[in-house]
Design a protein around this ligand. Structure first.
Ligand SMILES: Nc1ncnc2c1ncn2[C@@H]1O[C@H](COP(=O)(O)OP(=O)(O)OP(=O)(O)O)[C@@H](O)[C@H]1O
Ligand SMILES: NC(=O)c1ccc[n+]([C@@H]2O[C@H](COP(=O)(O)O)[C@@H](O)[C@H]2O)c1
Length: 349
C-alpha cells in the first residue's frame, strides 16, 4: 500500500512562536516517516484570529510577521494567514476543512490547474504540491498534548467537531511536560474509539518551553536567546511587544542588578573598553537591546568615575620559587618581597 501524503497543520496562538512550535513539526515528521505509512509533504502554521481574545495575544499583524521570520530557515513548513484574515475566530474543524477543500479542488482539476486560484489561496501549499502532485493529500491536525487535553474542557469543543477532526483528518499529538495523552485517550470513550487516527509522538528531548513562559521572561527583561529565533527576538524588542518597553534595568553583559550600598565595584581581569552600567532610566529603552554594543547616553544612579578601568586585579601575577624554596610574587616583572613572599608552596594557593 502506498503511504498517505500528509500536510500537518498546527493551529494556535503563536504569541510568540517558539522553537518548540518549530520542533513539533520536525519530531512529528520523523515519527510518521518511521512508521512508514505516511509521507509528510508539508507543514502549516495557522495562527488564530485576534478575536480568539486569549491573554497576551498580540495582533495578528505581529504574529504573522514573527511566524514568517521563524520560518525563514524551514524548507517545508509554511504560514497560512487564512484564519487571521477571516471576519472572526474560526473553529479548528473549519480551518482543517478549508485547507483540505482547497487542496482537493486543485487535485480534482485537470492537470492540477492553479489558473483559477488566487495566489493568496495557495501560497501556503507545499512547493512539491504546487509543482505537480497526484493525490490524495490528507490535512492532519498537529498539536501538543495540552491541546488534546483541552478537548475535555466543558463547552470548548463541540463533540461533533472532535469526531470530525479525528475521523476525517487525523490527529498527531506531541507529548508535552505534565501531560499524558495515552491516559487521556484511555479515559475518553470517543477518543478510544477513534484511536486509530490519533498518532502520539513522544518528544524525548524534552524542553518545557511555552509562549507563556517566554512572555514572562520578556516582561522581566530576562534573556530568551535560543528559545526563540534571533530574528523574532529582534522583532519583539523593535516593536516593544510583551512588555519589553517597560524594562527598568538593562544589563549588558553583567548579571548584577542595581548596586546595593554595600556593593564593591569589582575590577575586571582585563581592560574594559565598554564598562557596563546598571541603568535606571527607561528613556534609553528604545536602544536596540540585542545589538549589544550599547551606547548609553544617560546614567542616573551610577557615577561613571567610580568604574575603575585602570587596574586589573585578577590578572596573572608571576609566582617564582627561589633557591631557598620560598615562593614570591613577581609584580610588573619585579619581585615584591614585602607583599609577595609566600609561606606555602604555590600549588596550595
Ligand atoms: N513545548 C511544546 N511541546 C509540544 N507542543 C507544543 C509546545 N509548545 C507549544 N506546543 C503546541 O503548539 C500549538 C500552538 O501552541 P500555542 O501557540 O498555544 O503555544 P503555547 O506555548 O501552548 O502558548 P501559551 O503558553 O500562550 O498557551 C499547540 O498545539 C501546542 O500544544
Ligand atoms: N472549538 C474549537 O474549534 C476550538 C476550541 C478551542 C481552541 N481551538 C483552537 O485551538 C488552538 C488553541 O490555541 P491556544 O492553545 O493558544 O489557546 C487555537 O487555534 C484555537 O482556535 C479550537
Amino acid at each position: 500500500m502506498q503511504p498517505t501524503k500528509v500536510i500537518l497543520i498546527a493551529c494556535g496562538s503563536f504569541s510568540p512562536p517558539t522553537i518548540m512550535h518549530l520542533r513539533m513539526f520536525e519530531i512529528a515528521r520523523d515519527h510518521l516517516h518511521r512508521l512508514g505509512n505516511h509521507i509528510v509533504i508539508g507543514g502549516l502554521i495557522s495562527p488564530v484570529h485576534d478575536a480568539y481574545g486569549k491573554t497576551d495575544l498580540v495582533s495578528s499583524t505581529h504574529r504573522l510577521a514573527m511566524i514568517k521570520l521563524s520560518l525563514q530557515n524551514s524548507e517545508w513548513v509554511k504560514l497560512s494567514d487564512w484564519e487571521c484574515n477571516q471576519e472572526t475566530w474560526t473553529r479548528t474543524r473549519q480551518t482543517l476543512q478549508y485547507h483540505q477543500n482547497k487542496l482537493n479542488s486543485i487535485l480534482n482539476s485537470s492537470n492540477n490547474d492553479f489558473n483559477n486560484v488566487n495566489e493568496d489561496d495557495y501560497s501556503w501549499m507545499p512547493d512539491s504540491f504546487r509543482n505537480g502532485c497526484n493525490g490524495p493529500v490528507q490535512v492532519k491536525l498537529l498539536c501538543g498534548a495540552d491541546l488534546l487535553e483541552s478537548f475535555a474542557v466543558p463547552g470548548l469543543w463541540a463533540d461533533e467537531d472532535i469526531e470530525t477532526i479525528i475521523k476525517h483528518h487525523g490527529l498527531v499529538v506531541v507529548t508535552r511536560e505534565n501531560t499524558n495523552p495515552l491516559k487521556f485517550i484511555y479515559n475518553s470513550d470517543v477518543l478510544t474509539r477513534l484511536m486509530a487516527n490519533i498518532t502520539i509522538v513522544t518528544e524525548w528531548i524534552t524542553q518545557d518551553i511555552s509562549s507563556t513562559k517566554i512572555r514572562r521572561a520578556l516582561r522581566r527583561s530576562e534573556s530568551v536567546k535560543y528559545l526563540l529565533p534571533d530574528k523574532v527576538i529582534d522583532y519583539i524588542y523593535k516593536n516593544s511587544l510583551y512588555g519589553t518597553r517597560g524594562i527598568k534595568y538593562l544589563f549588558a553583559p553583567t548579571p548584577f542588578l542595581t548596586p546595593s550600598p554595600s556593593d564593591v565595584i569589582m575590577e575586571s581581569p582585563s581592560p574594559r573598553h565598554n564598562p557596563c552600567f546598571s541603568v535606571c532610566n527607561s528613556d534609553i529603552l528604545s536602544i536596540p537591546l540585542l545589538n549589544t554594543n550599547l551606547l548609553i547616553n544617560r546614567v542616573d544612579s551610577i557615577n561613571k568615575a567610580n568604574i575603575n578601568t585602570a587596574k586589573h586585579p585578577g590578572q596573572a601575577i608571576k609566582i617564582i620559587t627561589e633557591s631557598s624554596g620560598e615562593h614570591k610574587l613577581l609584580k610588573d616583572g619585579k619581585s615584591d618581597t614585602k607583599q609577595g613572599s609566600l609561606k606555602r608552596p604555590a600549588c596550595l594557593l
